[in-house]
Design a binder for this molecule. Sequence first.
Ligand SMILES: NC(=O)c1ccc[n+]([C@@H]2O[C@H](COP(=O)([O-])OP(=O)(O)OC[C@H]3O[C@@H](n4cnc5c(N)ncnc54)[C@H](OP(=O)(O)O)[C@@H]3O)[C@@H](O)[C@H]2O)c1
Length: 214
Amino acid sequence: MKVLIAGANGHTGRLIVERLGKSPQHEAYAMIRDAAQAESLKQLGAKEAIVADLEGDVSHAVKGMDAVIFAAGSGSQTGPDKTISVDQEGAKRLIDAAKKAGIAHFVMLSSYGAGDPDALPNLGHYLKAKGEADRHLIESGLTYTIVRPGYLSFELATGKVEIAKHFDSVEGRNIPRGDVAEVLVSCLDVENAKNKTFELLSGEQPIQEALKTL
Ligand SMILES: NC(=O)c1ccc[n+]([C@@H]2O[C@H](COP(=O)([O-])OP(=O)(O)OC[C@H]3O[C@@H](n4cnc5c(N)ncnc54)[C@H](OP(=O)(O)O)[C@@H]3O)[C@@H](O)[C@H]2O)c1
């Protein structure tokens, strides 16, 4: 499958590109904002880089793609306005473009507590925006997978996770970005993962086994 990665130059996005680049059945198309990032993403495994900004027109980015993995985000260094224009409206814009382009599967990197502003202290505005994007994806009619991890870490991937419909708390628990990347990429090939929303933490179950329990 030709897979577009939104947020390809991000910490998690780069790990996704790397994994897709090694996959025999997929090709990674890195969506980036700055053309200067293209070469390093190609070296990482991207077949091509596509310059597109979630705050503008993204229809050219999804053209000819089979799937999308959304791993973009405005991050913690920008204000609440960018949470709305990138994480919420930008995601919705890409979902709409994907729908128009007939994309077969849209995999969303969401967050624990998305749509539940009280789930994590101080993150209400962000969680509401992520929840709004998730709701839009579900209602779009696209085949989707919504992955809601707890706090992302830079620790080494373990290949082992815990998946649940809902964790009561993620306090003191997190998950390495490499494991999140592996889960997002694996969702493309696991029939079970289609039209599912689940939460994700580090755990004891190998990723492929955990996905089978969905
Ligand atoms: N941090 C956590 O604990 C946590 C927990 C749960 C879920 N998440 C979700 O996981 C996502 C990925 O995390 P991360 O740490 O890998 O993120 P990251 O390193 O901040 O990467 C975000 C990427 O989004 C891109 N981006 C920002 N605005 C954009 C726009 N307008 N158009 C296109 N691309 C844009 C950035 O592009 P540039 O490279 O050009 O800046 C960057 O490549 C987060 O955004 C968040 O929603 C995070």
